[in-house]
Design a protein around this ligand. Structure first.
Ligand SMILES: *Cc1c(COP(=O)(O)O)cnc(C)c1O
Length: 361
């Protein structure tokens, strides 16, 4: 048995240890099946039970109403950057995008290939440090939808309340904060997320879509790119990522044992507070995001110099705290502390930060 370290990776990220252990026990034979979940048909009764359980558990955990469909797709959140406008941005129409970081910019890039894009607000000039206030949103009441990124994984900036968008459907990339806290689901028309930050392994993309949006989809789309294909076939039009859906289902069971999303939210707040408090306690560390917009999932901060940041990440790795180097596009340090990340890891980071400052401050 090799020791597990504290893994601060932004994604793929830590999975709950009990989930990994159960998967290990069931690797060679699912109980009563005699085969690995990777070896059974996606059309078997056994897999049907798994995918249904995953959907039901998500419905329960997130409070997903009956008039929403739950889809398990592939292609990552990145394919959704294209699928959303292809399905929902009719010729001649325009969609509003509120850009609060690098992922939102990528979503805009793909939407522009399909139709009109109105950037209703962008915080890029300020270095993606905050969430634009409601009165600065230049929303178009006739927009096909409004797109936001609920948590910008790279910059560490998170929406803590939904923007008011009136009757226009709100579409959200929730890849890095899905299942981390309860949300008022009925405020959203479509939510999507790659699984590999907070739900499971890479290769599964969750899409939650309100029924009425399906009626807007133009005919003649490529079959695999049309949401209706996946709704009508219950995510089994082609072979889905069976292993990924199996793990996602186990993660949902673990979440229920942990007190659901309320329980997770409290735990996530406690972990993040420890690290932000350590940042705020000194001038040696500087948080990237404005305090009101700070992410509970990705804590981003700077040190007095890039050399010190390099040294910090290197020495942290040697001390068993891995994955702290910030994204190559912004530099600095990023501690990703998703649901499965343990409180002891946040404590260990805070202790390391104090020690590092003492030696180098
Ligand atoms: C990681 C991430 C993506 C990209 O996800 P893929 O599944 O790799 O396509 C998109 N948006 C956000 C907010 C992310 O964190």
């Amino acid at each position: 048995m090799t020791e597990r370290i504290f893994n601060f990776s932004a994604g793929p990220a830590m999975l709950p240890v009990p989930v990994l252990e159960q998967a290990q026990r069931e690797m060679l034979s699912l109980p009563g099946v005699g085969m690995s979940v990777m070896e059974i048909s996606h059309r078997s009764k056994e897999f049907d039970d798994i995918i249904n359980s995953a959907e039901q558990s998500l419905r329960e955990l997130m409070g997903i109403p009956e008039n929403y469909r739950v889809l398990f797709l592939q292609g990552g959140a990145s394919l959704q950057f294209s699928m959303i406008p292809i399905n929902l941005l009719p010729g001649g129409g325009s969609a509003d995008y509120i850009v609060t970081g690098s992922w939102g910019k990528k979503a805009v890039k793909e939407a522009k290939r399909v139709g009109g894009v109105n950037v209703a607000a962008s915080t890029q000039d300020g270095g993606f440090k905050n969430i634009p206030p409601q009165d600065q949103l230049k929303l178009d009441p006739h927009a096909a939808y409004v797109h936001i990124t609920t948590n910008e994984t790279i910059e560490g900036v998170e929406w803590h309340a939904e923007p008011e968008v009136g009757e226009v459907p709100l579409v959200a990339d929730a890849s890095s904060d899905i299942l981390s806290h309860p949300i008022p689901l009925e405020k959203y028309a479509l939510i999507y997320a790659g699984a590999q930050k907070n739900m499971g392994p890479s290769g599964v993309t969750l899409v939650i879509i309100r029924d009425d949006l399906l009626a807007r989809i133009p005919d003649g789309l490529h079959t695999m790119l049309d949401y209706r294909t996946h709704v009508e076939n219950k995510s089994l039009y082609n072979t889905p990522n069976t292993w990924g859906i199996y793990i996602l289902n186990l993660v949902c069971q673990w979440l229920k044992e942990k007190g659901g999303l309320d329980g997770m939210h409290r735990e996530n707040e406690a972990k993040a507070k420890m690290i932000y408090d350590a940042i705020d306690a000194t001038d040696f560390y500087r948080g990237h995001a404005d305090p009101e917009a700070r992410s509970l999932m990705n804590v981003t901060f700077r040190l007095p110099s890039e050399d010190l940041e390099k040294q910090f990440a290197k020495e942290a790795t040697a001390a068993g705290l891995d994955g702290l180097k910030g994204h190559r596009s912004v530099g600095g340090i990023r501690a990703s502390i998703y649901n499965a990340f343990p409180r002891e890891g946040a404590e260990a980071l805070v202790a390391f930060m104090k020690e590092f400052e003492k030696k180098n401050g």
